[in-house]
Write a protein that binds this ligand. Sequence first.
Ligand SMILES: Nc1ncnc2c1ncn2[C@@H]1O[C@H](COP(=O)(O)OP(=O)(O)O)[C@@H](O)[C@H]1O
Ligand SMILES: [Mg+2]
Length: 235
Amino acid sequence: MLEIDAVTTTYGAVRALDEVTIGVDEGSITAVLGANGAGKTTLLRTISGLVRPRSGRITAFGRDITRTPTDEIARGGLAHVPEGGGVITELTVEENLRLGALWRRDRADRAAALREVHELFPPLAERGDRAASTLSGGERQMLAIGRALMSRPRLLLLDEPSLGLAPLVTERIMHVLRDLRSRTGLTVVLVEQNARSALSISDRGFVLALGRVVASDDAGTLLADDQLRHAYLGF
Ligand SMILES: Nc1ncnc2c1ncn2[C@@H]1O[C@H](COP(=O)(O)OP(=O)(O)O)[C@@H](O)[C@H]1O
Ligand SMILES: [Mg+2]
């Protein structure tokens, strides 16, 4: 579904990603873990086409997207929830959701997507006409994910959805992601500093440190590796 092959991304002299190779199976949840500054956000931005790699190759949905324009990658079925969610607080909840499906021509399809998101996140249905600024942190993250789902993606990239959320709210969001994957077969790349929560719903995990992949394994194996947990995962 997604192959990142020896990708190097730089900002001037900073090597944010250094020959990163990651494979993501269709229908899987893949956790990308690592401390602040490890290169997690850069990885997602490179996949989405928001920054261009200096070298390496990215293949998604069976085609090379390394130099494909961002909007074309999105139309191909990729949705990216940025760090912090990127919700537009001046708009209502429903307006934010509709933005996620703006380029979809089919009205019936858009209505169906909205119903699905409402089912997944009932608070968004109840608060549809409220300004997004009135939402709690957890609801705002639900809105960010819901908006991404409005485009009916095949591949969902999430950048630290648990950031700043209470443990119970984090758990609820992780639960929804797992549920969504098992019902729809969505492929998810989940970037997190919160390694324990992320691994609890993931199939595989990759650990980044200073732009390099320092570990990759089944989620259960990573969770059980005390040395790795202490060195890189902070729990
Ligand atoms: N726009 C940028 N310009 C210059 N350096 C950047 C930029 N964005 C990130 N970096 C640097 O790239 C490295 C990786 O950052 P980032 O991908 O944001 O890591 P993470 O998401 O894991 O915290 C860090 O050293 C960071 O300071
Ligand atoms: Mg980041």
